[in-house]
Design a protein around this ligand. Structure first.
Ligand code: URA
Length: 175
C-alpha cells in the first residue's frame, strides 16, 4: 500500500506539495533508489524530473536503459525542506513503502549514500563500495544491491559519471 494522501508519518508531510510515488514499471526486476524528491519532483509528484533527473535520463539513454522499464523511487516520498538529506527517522518512517516497492527485485541501484545507508543500514565511503554488488535481505528475502553515485554527484565529476554510467549498464543487463 502506498502512503495515505494525507500521510503524516514524519515531519516531511508538513511542507510537501505532493507525495512522490515511484515511476516507471513497478513490476520491473530492476529498481533505482534516489535520496529524496527535490523542488521539481515535489511540484510534479514524479521522481527525478529536475536537474539530477536530466543527468540520470542522459546516462540511462547512454546505457540503453529505458525509464519505463525500471522502477524509479526514493528513500522518502516527500521533499525535505531546503533539499537537506533525509534524517534516519524520516527514512525509517517511509521504509515500509520502500520495502514494498522493492519486493521481488533482482537488482537495486542505490543512487548515493543516503539510499545506500538506508538500504544497507551502515555508513559507507562511496569510493570503497561503488559498483560492487552485495546481497542483502530487506525483509522479503535476498536481493542484490549495488551502491553507486547519485546523478547530482556527477555534475562536475567525470569519473563519477563514468561509474554511474557503468552501473546503469549493469542494470540494463538484468532486463
Ligand atoms: N534527487 C533524488 O535523489 N531524487 C529525486 O527524485 C530527485 C533528485
Amino acid at each position: 500500500m502506498p502512503p495515505e494522501a494525507d500521510c503524516r508519518r514524519c515531519r516531511l508531510g508538513e511542507a510537501r506539495t505532493n507525495i512522490v510515488l515511484p515511476c516507471g514499471n513497478p513490476g520491473s526486476k530492476v529498481a533505482l533508489v534516489g535520496e529524496a524528491p527535490g523542488a521539481q519532483e515535489d511540484l510534479r509528484g514524479i521522481p527525478f524530473v529536475g536537474k539530477a533527473g536530466k543527468i540520470l535520463d542522459g546516462l540511462m539513454a547512454e546505457a540503453g536503459l529505458e525509464r519505463e522499464k525500471v522502477t524509479i523511487t526514493n528513500t522518502v516520498k516527500c521533499r525535505p525542506p531546503g533539499n537537506r538529506r533525509p534524517k534516519a527517522d524520516e527514512m525509517a518512517a517511509c521504509r515500509p513503502f520502500l520495502q514494498e516497492e522493492l519486493r521481488g527485485k533482482q537488482l537495486v541501484l542505490a543512487l548515493g549514500l543516503s539510499a545506500a545507508e538506508d538500504l544497507l543500514g551502515k555508513k559507507m565511503v562511496m569510493k570503497d563500495v561503488c559498483n560492487r554488488p552485495v546481497n542483502a535481505d530487506l525483509g522479503d528475502g535476498q536481493i542484490t544491491i549495488m551502491v553507486t553515485y547519485h546523478p547530482s554527484a556527477c555534475i562536475y565529476r567525470p569519473a563519477a559519471k563514468e561509474v554511474l554510467r557503468d552501473a546503469l549498464k549493469i542494470a540494463a543487463s538484468y532486463l
